[in-house]
Structure formats: structure tokens, C-alpha cells
Design a protein around this ligand. Structure first.
Ligand code: PEP
Length: 256
């Protein structure tokens, strides 16, 4: 973390978990246990149907609500899809774009990620752009090349003054939901690489202002070490964000 230049953001990604009633119960409990969040912003990425309940429950807390996906078009014949404008009207502040599960199971590509990033920004939503390599890609020693391509395409046609709205999440696919965590050094190295790609395009001032999270089996035990890396400005947390106490422990780790 480097709090002098950028915000630390701890975001829970619930994936396809929790009903609206469970969402309300979780946020009510979270509010009761959340201390003064002096150092980090807290975000909950909830399923679409939970958004109204989440926004309502989080209204009097410093917790922002995020969607886990969106379509890039404004409206039209896209059965089952949801637009940025719809999310915005519900009070959503962030949207996860290009999560590896969406790339893997729902055919998202670097190009659709870019379309979604642009649509999110046009509608005042902050994209959390996920990038990461598979185990095969890491073993083939193409991680740096692959991440560089993912970042460059995600940022196509994005102006420097839009960059302060963007968050990146480095999520090695082999570490998501597997219990395997990247070492703090591996996480720091790739978050640093993402920042260097941003620096090459927009310059040092913009690059140092962008929040870059790590995600992949982050939990109360490993969070402090991961967050101690200079270029790791927070976490995108799946499994450990489903239990209030675990999520709070990670938030507290970012307050060290
Ligand atoms: C995620 O869903 O983005 C994630 C990192 O999951 P987990 O923490 O469970 O590995």
C-alpha cells in the first residue's frame, strides 16, 4: 500500500451467494462491527438481485455497493443482461469487469472488457478490472506478457483523466477459490507490472494514483503480508468475504 498517493480498497466479491434477506443481515452485522475506517474504503460486490437490499442496508455506513458484471450497451435485445445505467440508478458505485470466472465460463474477452470499462465510466461507475494468468500460463513463463496485453486492451481509448476512477485487481486464476495464494512477492511483482504498464501510457503521476488490488484466496491470515507490498493497494476477496468476522479481519489488516 502507498496511502500517500492512492486509496486502499477492500472489496468483497460474493459471487453467486446470499439472498436479499441474507444480504441485509450481513450488512447489519458488518455495520455493528466495523470500526472507524480511516485507511481503507470498503466495497461489497453483490449479485444483481441483492443490490437494492444492499444499497438500503449500507446507506448509513461507509460501504459502497458494486455489481459483479454489466453489459456495455445502453439497452436492447440482450436477454438476461443489465446495463450500467440500470446499476447507476440503483445506487451502485463500482462494477467488477472481466472476472476470470466470467472470462472462463461466459466467454468474456479483453475486447468486451474494454467495451464494458468504457460504458461503466460513461455512466459514472468505477470499474474494478480483473486481470490474471492461469497456472499453465505461469508455468509457460508468459505471465508478464499476458497481463500487459490484458491491461493495455482494457485501457484502449481511456483518457488520463478517467484513470482515477479505475481500479485494477490482479487475480491469478490458480489462486482463486483454491486456497493457494500468490506469495506476497509474486503479488507485489505483478501489481507493480500493472502499474508500469499504466505509467508507460499515462505517466508517473497517473500511475501512482491508481488503486491495484490483489485477489486470490486472501484471508485473515495472509492479508497483512500481501497488503504490506508497496503496489498492493487492497484486496478483492471471494470466500473470506462471506463471513463478517473474516471480512472485518481483512479490513483491519489494511488499517495497520
Ligand atoms: C474472487 O472471487 O475474486 C476471489 C479472489 O475469490 P477467492 O478469494 O475465494 O479466491
Amino acid at each position: 500500500m502507498n496511502r500517500k498517493y492512492r486509496k486502499t480498497i477492500i472489496a468483497g466479491n460474493w459471487k453467486m451467494n446470499k439472498t436479499p434477506a441474507e444480504t441485509k443481515a450481513f450488512i447489519d452485522e458488518l455495520k455493528g462491527k466495523l470500526g472507524k475506517q480511516r485507511w481503507c474504503d470498503v466495497v461489497l460486490c453483490v449479485p444483481f438481485v441483492d443490490i437494492p437490499a444492499a444499497v438500503r442496508a449500507a446507506r448509513d455506513a461507509k460501504v459502497a455497493i458494486a455489481a459483479q458484471n454489466m453489459h456495455w450497451e445502453k439497452s436492447g435485445a440482450f436477454t438476461g443482461e443489465v446495463s450500467a445505467e440500470m446499476l447507476k440508478e440503483l445506487g451502485v458505485k463500482f462494477v467488477v469487469i472481466g472476472h476470470s470466472e466470467r472470462r472462463q465460463y461466459f466467454a468474456e474477452t479483453n475486447e468486451t472488457v474494454n467495451l464494458k470499462v468504457k460504458a461503466a465510466l460513461e455512466n459514472g461507475l468505477r470499474p474494478i478490472i480483473c486481470v490474471g494468468e492461469s497456472l499453465e500460463e505461469r508455468e509457460a513463463d508468459i505471465t508478464a506478457e499476458l497481463i500487459t496485453t490484458q491491461v493495455k486492451i482494457a485501457l484502449r481509448d481511456i483518457e488520463a483523466d478517467q484513470m482515477r476512477k479505475i481500479v485494477f485487481a490482479y487475480e491469478p486464476i490458480w489462486a482463486i477459490g483454491t486456497g493457494k495464494t500468490a506469495t506476497a512477492e509474486q503479488a507485489g511483482e505483478i501489481c507493480g507490472l500493472i502499474r508500469s504498464v499504466i505509467r508507460a501510457k499515462y505517466g508517473a503521476r497517473v500511475a501512482r494514483s491508481v488503486t491495484i488490488q490483489y485477489g486470490g484466496s486472501m484471508n485473515p491470515k495472509n492479508a497483512e503480508e500481501l497488503l504490506a507490498q508497496l503496489d498492493v493497494d487492497g484486496g478483492l476477496i471471494g470466500g473470506a468475504s462471506l463471513k463478517v468476522d473474516d471480512f472485518i479481519s481483512i479490513i483491519n489488516a489494511s488499517n495497520q
